[in-house]
Design a protein. Sequence first.
Length: 120
Amino acid sequence: MECVFVRGLEFEGNHGYTAAERRGTRRFRVNLALELPLAAAVASDRIADTVDYWKVSEIVVALGTKSTFKLLEALAGAIGAKIQELYPRAKVIIELEKLAPPCPGVPASCGVRVVLPVAP
C-alpha cells in the first residue's frame, strides 16, 4: 500500500504513569505512516488529493504538548483518532517513543506501535 510518512517528529510533554513523571516534561518521538491510495495526487500534483504532513505534524505536536496521558497507548490512540478525522480513508500507523525513560538499565527509549485501521 502507498503511504505518506512523517519520521522523527519530536516534542516535550507531561505524559507518564506516575504523578512525578507528569509533573516534569520529557521528550517524545513519533513516526507516522498513513496508508492510502495516492494515484490521484500523483496525477494531479494537488495537496488536496493527498495527506498534508504539515497538518499531521501540527496535530501530533498539539496533542503531545497540550494534553496529558498516563499511557503512551492512550496518547498514540488520541493522535490516530484526530488524524483520522481529517483522513478517514487512511490506515494510521503510529510509533511513539518516550526518550530516556526512567527505567532500570537506562534505555534510550521505550514506546508503542499502534495501528488504526481505516475508519468505518
